[in-house]
Design a binder for this molecule. Sequence first.
Ligand SMILES: Nc1ncnc2c1ncn2[C@@H]1O[C@H](COP(=O)(O)OP(=O)(O)OP(=O)(O)O)[C@@H](O)[C@H]1O
Length: 301
Amino acid sequence: MPIIEVSGLRKAYGGRPVVDGVAFTVEEGEIFGILGPNGAGKTTTVECIEGLREPDAGAVRVAGLDPRADRNALTRILGVQLQESELQEKLTVREALELYSACYPNPVGWRELAERLGLTGRLTARFGKLSGGQKQRLFIALALIGNPRVVVLDELTTGLDPRARRDTWTLIEEVRDSGVTVLLVTHFMEEAQRLCDRIAVIKRGRVAALDTPAGLIRHSAGGTVISFAPSRPLADGDLAGLPEARTLERRNGRLTIHGTDTTAGAVISLLARHQITPHQLRVTDATLDDAFLELTEDREN
Ligand SMILES: Nc1ncnc2c1ncn2[C@@H]1O[C@H](COP(=O)(O)OP(=O)(O)OP(=O)(O)O)[C@@H](O)[C@H]1O
């Protein structure tokens, strides 16, 4: 059953539409990703879901609540990690955790949360003295402390080192496995591919694609990437009939073809027929990165 429902969402700033008819639903218990280029309207969309912005048009419901009209009830079930958060410089980590947990009727134990986020050793440190990564982890803890049904994480792991990033991913998977719905805005494709059950790709204020990570890869970029430097040039005509080939790129004497396993087989036979050696041959699976770039490519310019 959907826990978040967004339909026909529109928001303009100074007459310029930045969210232009966004619609999607998020099922309870899934990690739902929102991806998109800078300025695509992701944060504006999640801020409408959080009740921080008033939409110009459209409807948003979170567990049946209207984020603007039912703001008080919403804050009891929604945890939010904002993109650029600040706390009082002198507040210690422990004070922040205690303060926030006192705001909720049914908070999780802050000590356990601090432990899971690697903050136990920094409980007496003042916010102003924390590193960027420690601040980030504290904000994740504050988003989770109220025992929310839905948590919104905007740029979850920006500023974290690779180990902290991986630890945070494990934590978010545990959060999801405990039944919490996660709405994740991210620029990291590896993060989205690993964590998200489904992803909406937003481009210029609209949903350009909505699917599982595997589905996005399959439908947009082609599942297989074949790349090699032919020992002698291949004519366009020879390559034209390749089955299931979606894109073909020539760069610095290298050919890169996006297609499927069938395409890869056909390329190998074609090369054998023409007695061409494929130097540095690589056959790899397309990634979410490939799919994202193809989906958000600006063909209008
Ligand atoms: N309060 C505001 N007033 C005017 N314009 C705004 C306001 N907030 C955002 N914008 C503009 O709206 C557009 C969408 O911004 P938004 O923050 O929603 O995008 P985003 O997809 O989250 O981008 P990013 O990935 O860079 O965070 C941008 O061009 C931004 O400059």
